[in-house]
Design a protein. Structure first.
Length: 273
């Protein structure tokens, strides 16, 4: 009788595959910066079910990689690509705006398999690109000075098809820096995202920032830090390189005589010839 009750209890507490997948995903998604591969190895050993592990990994790794803004080296050594939702072209494809290339990524292996040229529709217009590339150049200078191992990228998330002044568009600056030193029992990361919205009508730029710092020390213990901070600011600007005046009409430099102030005054006063 007792053995039957024990067998019944075991059958009632046995987890389904779906429950195992959700638990495995939780551990993977909550891995400290740079440690998901170590956690995955342990989860795989505990599950002892390759199908369950594979399903959990295929769902967890893409979310983890994007939320941690991991950086992968392009296979042709032309640079690095940040894995972020702002550059996501498809499920496994991520745009590198600086080189106008799209990286095809293996999320579970955290590696770039191949690269292809970006299509025209995946890139911003020439007008927006002028702002994006200028912003990118300045951010690169800043990151090289402030972050020893920092990677940055600038994306256009709204209004990428804008061709001339008069419309709003938005750029997003992403900065990711990580320092992994598992041999010294510590890993850490810095992630910041800056939304920069150009509003043409009111001639202003609105900036929204979100920063996140993570650290893990595990020598003779287990201490983790996860801190976040958000900020916002707005500034007025002189212009957005307006090609047309507010009249939306080009100035006729070839026939400036039609705007002769002297002639208009003489006509008004009736003293002209």
């Amino acid at each position: 009788m007792l053995e039957e009750e024990e067998d019944s209890l075991e059958s009632e507490t046995e987890l389904t595959d779906e429950q195992k997948i959700e638990i495995a995903k939780w551990f993977l998604l909550n891995s400290p910066a740079g440690e998901i591969q170590y956690v995955a190895k342990d989860v795989r050993a505990i599950l002892k079910d390759e199908n369950v592990y594979r399903k959990a990994a295929e769902e967890a790794f893409p979310s983890y990689n994007k939320s941690h803004l991991i950086c992968l080296e392009l296979p042709n050594r032309s640079g690095d690509v940040l894995v972020t939702s702002f550059g996501e072209v498809d499920k496994d494809e991520y745009l590198d705006p600086r080189t106008a290339q799209v990286a095809i990524v293996d999320h579970v292996k955290q590696a770039c398999k191949e690269v292809r040229p970006a299509r025209d529709e995946e890139l911003p217009s020439a007008f927006v690109e002028e702002y994006r590339s200028a912003m990118d150049a300045e951010i690169m200078k800043y990151v090289s000075e402030a972050y020893p191992k920092g990677i940055c990228s600038v994306y256009c998330t709204k209004g990428k098809d804008v061709e001339d002044p008069g419309s709003d568009f938005e750029l997003v600056v992403v900065i990711s820096a990580a320092r992994h030193s598992p041999q010294n029992f510590c890993n850490g990361s810095w992630r910041s995202i800056w939304n920069i919205e150009f509003k043409d009508e009111i001639q202003s730029v609105e900036v929204r920032g979100k920063m996140q710092v993570g650290a893990h020390y595990f020598e003779e213990g287990n201490v983790q830090l996860d801190a976040q901070h958000e900020c916002k600011d707005t500034t007025l600007i002189q212009d957005l390189r307006r090609k047309l005046p507010v009249t939306r009409t080009l100035f006729p430099w070839h026939n400036t005589a039609q705007f002769s102030l002297t002639r208009d005054i003489e006509k008004e006063l009736g003293i002209g010839k």
